[in-house]
Design a protein around this ligand. Structure first.
Ligand SMILES: N[C@@H](CCC(=O)N[C@@H](CS)C(=O)NCC(=O)O)C(=O)O
Length: 199
């Protein structure tokens, strides 16, 4: 399987985590790609020119993180990240929806911050920032009830990992998510001990 992947942590890192949880990481051929340059091979596979994009062994492209995660999870011999039992599934998808939306808002904020001076929109940067902050507050509440590991948790922890990376990168793009969110912070410290995150 070919994975169009940006070498910078972000969307693609969560694909790696799901692939490791499902035991199929070694089957991925990783193609470092900058989606903003719309390279021919990416656009041929995905007209959206976005990463992540996965091309299956039979040549069929899968568009976007959520579909790729569920496809990779279908190979998972153990407990699935996408549970089959309806109430567990809805709970996982509910958290997944919030975390993916938070990630998208954080990504768009960084994209906006990296635009040339004069083209940046302070209003949009502030709007994305507020969406991220509210989502973090909600996730701190939701984390009180987090139990069996599922796809929503991959998405939440993957986002927090990326926020830590932004801080370490020191480009002024950091999202200080820990203050006043002790439940989320404690859950995160436990979660990243999983081998799929450590690698
Ligand atoms: N939620 C989607 C969003 C994908 C996404 O927006 N990826 C960004 C990563 S920076 C991208 O490829 N942007 C390029 C563009 O929007 O042209 C997913 O997980 O697939």
């Amino acid at each position: 399987m070919k994975l169009f992947f940006t070498p910078l942590p972000g969307y693609s890192q969560r694909v790696e985590i799901v692939a490791r949880e499902a035991g199929v990481y070694d089957r991925l051929e990783i193609i470092p790609t900058n989606p903003f340059e719309s390279p021919e091979a990416l656009v041929a596979a995905n007209p959206l020119s976005k990463v992540p994009t996965l091309v299956r062994d039979d040549g069929v492209p899968m568009f976007g993180g959520p579909v790729i995660y569920e496809y990779l999870d279908s190979f998972n011999p153990g407990p699935k990240l996408f549970p089959a039992e309806p109430s567990a599934r809805w709970e996982a998808l509910r958290i997944f929806g919030l975390a993916e939306g938070m990630f998208d808002a954080a990504d768009l904020r960084v994209v906006e911050l990296r635009r040339p001076e004069g083209q940046k929109s302070p209003d949009w940067i502030a709007r994305y920032q507020r969406a991220v902050d509210r989502s973090l507050d909600r996730l701190n509440e939701e984390a009180k009830k987090f139990s069996r590991f599922h796809i929503g948790h991959v998405s939440v922890a993957g986002a927090l990992m990326w926020f830590d990376y932004l801080k370490a990168a020191g480009r002024g793009e950091q999202i200080p998510w820990r203050p006043n969110r002790p439940v989320l912070a404690a859950w995160y410290e436990q979660t990243i001990k999983r081998p799929s995150f450590q690698k």
